[in-house]
Design a binder for this molecule. Structure first.
Ligand SMILES: [Zn+2]
Length: 124
C-alpha cells in the first residue's frame, strides 16, 4: 500500500458537505486513493449511523486495494479519536480522517492505525 500523503480538494469538499448533510448523525465512508492521493469517498451500504457514535466493521469495507482508510464525522467540536475509534483504527491499517463541526477545510485531522496524527496535504 502506497503511503497516503494528500487528499484532493474536491474530495475534501464532498466530505464536508456529506458531514453537514448527515449532521447530527455521523457520516462514515471508506477512502480510496490513487498514487497516494485520496480521490474518492465510498459510502458503505449497511453502515450503522447513530446519534451516539458510528460503528463500522472491517468486514464491511470493500475488498479493494484502492481502499486506504476511512473517514467519519463527529457531531461535536472534537476531531480527536474516541476509544471506539482507536479500537477500530487498530484493526485496519491506513489513514483515518475525522472531521468535526463546523466541517470546514480546517476542522479535520488524519490519523494512523495507532491513533497518531499523520500529515495529509490538500492538492487541487
Ligand atoms: Zn469518532
Amino acid at each position: 500500500m502506497k503511503t497516503v500523503y494528500a487528499i484532493r480538494e474536491g474530495t475534501l469538499r464532498m466530505i464536508c458537505e456529506a458531514a453537514v448533510q448527515t449532521y447530527p448523525r455521523e457520516f462514515l465512508a471508506a477512502l480510496k486513493a490513487e498514487e497516494g492521493v485520496i480521490v474518492e469517498v465510498v459510502v458503505l451500504p449497511g453502515t450503522i449511523q447513530g446519534d451516539y457514535h458510528s460503528v463500522m466493521y472491517t468486514n464491511m469495507l470493500p475488498t479493494d486495494y484502492s481502499v486506504v482508510g476511512t473517514v467519519h464525522s463527529h457531531p461535536g467540536h472534537s476531531n480527536r479519536p474516541s476509544e471506539a475509534d482507536l479500537q477500530f483504527f487498530s484493526h485496519f491499517g491506513g489513514v483515518h480522517i475525522i472531521t468535526c463541526l463546523p466541517y470546514d477545510e480546517t476542522s479535520w485531522r488524519a490519523y494512523d492505525s495507532n491513533g497518531r496524527r499523520v500529515p495529509i496535504q490538500t492538492v487541487p
